[in-house]
Design a binder for this molecule. Structure first.
Ligand code: SF4
Ligand code: SF4
Length: 394
């Protein structure tokens, strides 16, 4: 199948002496196109999510349309459990699985720099190597500086082990590169999917709707507000809730770091900060929220119905969840153990986790939030335009 994908990814036309690359659908994209043609005749699932209203604006599905729809799908499972044509029916309609397989391919295709797209493909290994390397780096640095990882003379102040400027010098370039790589990838994705839609300019209302949809995770509500299907036909809001714990936990931790940076540079207040300082309040609340969210997502992912998605992505999903969990757990442990002989060891564990997380952000599961947000914005934009096939929109 992979060979077929490679062979069909593009064709080169030499008509008229000009070299022109014609996008040809991969086998996975062809399968999404086939299923969308069936769904477009059926339309039973029209109210479930944004995918089906976006589908009804199209009579044919080109490469860009399929990339757009694949990243619009939240893999909630509702359309699989509702479908009369799902396996074992001969039509074998399984929209979440078909979309998940193309979505995984788009992460590789839009990665920047392109050569690093392969990191998505063996993502469990990528995360493991990144974490091992980052942990080793900080453990070696700590031993070199203090001669020990236990009972180092730090007096509860981790800057005595790793000075502030050293940490900024190490983390800022890695984070900056991750942000650049994600921005470059989503920029190319956005350009590709725009001609496939109306091409209309962004508007304030469209941006507001997309933001609201993202922040509420509207499409993990199953279309009726009762939630997704996970392991069976039952609806559950658990996936939406645990995503919220994870997302807002991550954002609170990010905010804590931003406030601490402001304290340091603008106010001259240096870390460590204690309760009830704002960075500490935000950091502890974010860390606990991340722990709860990732533990819940891990359990739900392990129980997910095998027909729902791309099983090849499991290591990427679980690896990212585990790395987030380890990052928050080590951060909380560092705070609780700051006055113990274990401070240097706990600090190395937390810094190693954060460094591995930053370094792999553009090449792992984190990317799904970026590409899905772009697709939701595209959908909110095009739905405000007249339907190109003359049908009313949602
Ligand atoms: S998933 Fe099945 S039930 Fe839903 S629109 Fe497609 S064919 Fe119809
Ligand atoms: S799995 Fe959920 S989000 Fe994806 S197409 Fe089906 S109903 Fe929509």
């Amino acid at each position: 199948m992979q060979q077929l994908d490679a062979l069909t990814r593009e064709a080169v036309s030499l008509a008229g002496g000009a070299r022109r690359v014609i996008p040809i659908l991969t086998a996975k994209e062809t399968e999404v196109g086939r299923q969308m043609q069936i769904c477009n005749s059926c339309r039973y699932c029209e109210g479930f999510c944004a995918v089906f209203p976006a589908m009804t604006r199209r009579l044919e599905f080109g490469k860009a349309d399929i990339h757009f729809l694949a990243n619009l799908c939240h893999n909630c499972g509702a359309c699989l459990h509702a479908c009369q044509y799902a396996p074992p029916h001969e039509f074998a309609v399984n929209v979440p699985k078909a979309m998940a397989e193309v979505r995984g391919q788009t992460y590789v295709d839009y990665a920047w720099p392109p050569a690093l797209g392969t990191l998505y493909q063996r993502n469990g290994l990528t995360l493991s190597v990144a974490l091992a390397a980052a942990l080793a780096l900080f453990l070696i640095m700590a031993v070199a500086a203090q001669g020990t990882l236990w009972n180092a003379k730090l007096g509860g102040n981790f800057y005595r082990l790793f000075p502030h400027n050293l940490l900024v010098g190490m983390f800022a370039p890695v984070f900056g590169f991750a942000a650049l790589a994600l921005a470059m990838g989503v920029r190319r994705f956005w350009r590709d999917i725009t001609p496939a839609t109306s091409g209309a300019a962004l508007s304030g209302p469209a941006a507001a709707e997309a933001t609201d949809t993202v922040l509420r995770l509207k499409y993990l509500g199953g279309g009726h507000g009762e939630g997704c299907n996970n392991e069976d036909d039952a609806f559950s809001l658990a996936r939406r809730r645990f995503h919220h714990f994870t997302f807002y936990g991550f954002m609170l931790c990010f905010l804590a770091t931003s406030v601490a940076t402001l304290y340091h540079y603008a106010l001259g207040w240096t870390a460590p900060y204690e309760l009830p300082s704002l960075p500490k309040l935000l950091g502890v609340a974010g860390g606990v929220s991340l722990l709860v969210g990732t533990a819940g997502l891990w359990r739900l992912n392990r129980q997910r119905h095998p027909l729902h998605g791309d099983l090849a992505q499991k290591p990427m999903d679980l690896g990212f969840i585990a790395l987030l969990f380890f990052t928050s757990a080590s951060g909380l442990a560092l705070w609780l153990g700051r006055s113990t002989p274990a401070l240097a060891l706990l600090l190395c564990l937390h810094l190693g986790a954060v460094m591995a997380l930053f370094a792999t952000l553009p090449y792992g599961k984190f990317a799904h939030g970026i590409f899905r947000t772009a697709s939701l914005l595209r959908h909110a934009t095009e739905k405000r335009q007249p339907s190109p096939v003359g049908l009313a929109d949602d």
